[in-house]
Design a binder for this molecule. Structure first.
Ligand SMILES: [Zn+2]
Length: 395
């Protein structure tokens, strides 16, 4: 009897040894739910990869549905074009590269009491397998069932690795890429934006933030180059960002050239040219002021073959009033034109106020010219004298 009991006890004991294994196989984790505010992890900002790596860890969470999970470990990985695989982000401080496809990496390790479905266990150690081939394990990210994420399983650690795409490449065209400075903020929006998720192109909504050349958030007002970080929000988990440059051009005006001479009768025009883009602007130059109330009296000029001698008389300045006027006069301006209205000016010369004649050389022979004179006081002029007509000599 005792022997039979002890034999039974032994059998029970053996059964107990086996039991934990049976329980272990019974608790299968066939559904996991991950949550992470992917918009707050900073992929759209000029962060370092290391910073974003840490932010995914902080912002991510796992809804275990009451199960005790040994650990969840998160991080950032990216798709490497070089070896056509997903690579982990190192400890370096490399800046987030908008051209890259980024993934939030989740590593979930189970306690001994739980196991993944057999289908997961059949995956090759550290092999790449599309999750869609593992139908018995359902993965949700922010409530959206994921069918096309990449799964990796480490049989030794009983750890599952998920790579959730968080930075899809996007197509984005800004509403404008260059502006002319006018003192107002320039914030280009999106003319078009779409997400490239593998073969699919998803329509997306667009958010744009603006940075200066030093990657500080900035209101684009001043002239210069800016970055527009375009973030596209698609359907479900899909989002992405890219960087576009735009310019606010502030004209650099030269000192200007007089393109229409100013006279005492009409305003002139000064034309300024932007030294970097060639744009021009004009500015009116005020009509010259009549500051001298007396004018010289022109005399009949003398003619030579290729020169004329302009002559004039000054007003009498012997009274107090006229002496005062005479005192401020500095020069006499002599002008020679080929037409009576002085539209085609041939020569303009200034001579000292005490002079009463001026030789204008380099003219054509046997040609009609018109001459006039006026006073100049350093600020303004007198009215023009009458006009005298003269023909240069034939021989
Ligand atoms: Zn310009």
């Amino acid at each position: 009897m005792k022997k039979r009991l002890s034999a039974l006890f032994l059998m029970l004991a053996m059964a107990f040894v086996i039991t934990p294994g049976a329980a272990y196989a019974a608790t299968v984790v066939s559904e996991i739910r991950l949550n992470c505010d992917i918009n707050s992890i900073g992929l759209n900002k000029p962060n370092t990869e290391k910073t974003v790596h840490n932010l995914i860890y902080e912002k991510g969470s796992l809804d275990t549905g009451g199960l005790t999970i040994d650990g969840i470990n998160t991080g950032l990985s990216y798709w490497s074009d070089v070896n056509d695989s997903i690579s982990g982000i190192g400890d370096g401080d490399e800046t987030i590269n908008p051209g890259r496809q980024y993934y939030a990496r989740y590593c979930i390790r189970l306690y001994d009491d739980y196991s993944w479905p057999d289908e997961v266990g059949k995956l090759k150690n550290m092999d790449w397998t599309p999750i869609s081939k593992v139908s018995s394990l359902r993965v949700f990210f922010n409530g959206v069932r994921l069918n096309d994420i990449v799964l990796q399983y480490n049989t030794y650690h009983k750890t599952i690795y998920f790579f959730i795409p968080i930075g899809h490449p996007i197509n984005a065209v800004l509403s404008a890429s260059s502006f002319i400075y006018d003192g107002n903020a320039k914030k280009p929006g999106c003319k078009s934006v779409s997400l490239k998720t593998g073969a699919k192109v998803l329509p997306a909504s667009c958010k744009v933030s603006y940075y200066d050349q030093k990657w500080n958030l900035a209101t684009p007002v001043k002239g210069g180059k800016y970055y527009a970080v375009v973030r596209a929000e698609g359907q479900g988990i899909y989002s992405g960002f890219t960087v576009r440059e735009f310019v606010i051009h502030e004209h650099t005006w030269d000192s200007g050239k007089v393109t229409k001479a100013t006279t005492t009768e009409a305003a002139g025009i000064r034309t300024y040219t932007c030294t970097s883009c060639g744009e021009t602007k004009t500015e009116a130059i005020e009509k010259l002021k009549i500051t001298i109330s007396k004018k010289p009296v022109i005399q009949t000029p003398a003619a030579k073959k290729t020169a004329i001698i302009a002559r004039w008389k000054h007003f009498a300045h012997k009274t107090n009033k006229t002496r005062k006027i005479w005192k401020k006069i500095r020069k006499v301006q002599v002008q020679c034109a080929s037409d009576r209205k002085f539209g085609k000016i041939v020569r303009t010369v200034m001579v000292g106020r005490n002079k009463t004649k001026a030789v204008i050389k380099g003219l054509k022979k046997n040609t009609v010219y018109f001459v006039r004179v006026r006073y100049y006081d350093g600020k303004g002029y007198s009215k023009w004298s009458k006009v005298k007509k003269i023909r240069t000599k034939k021989k």
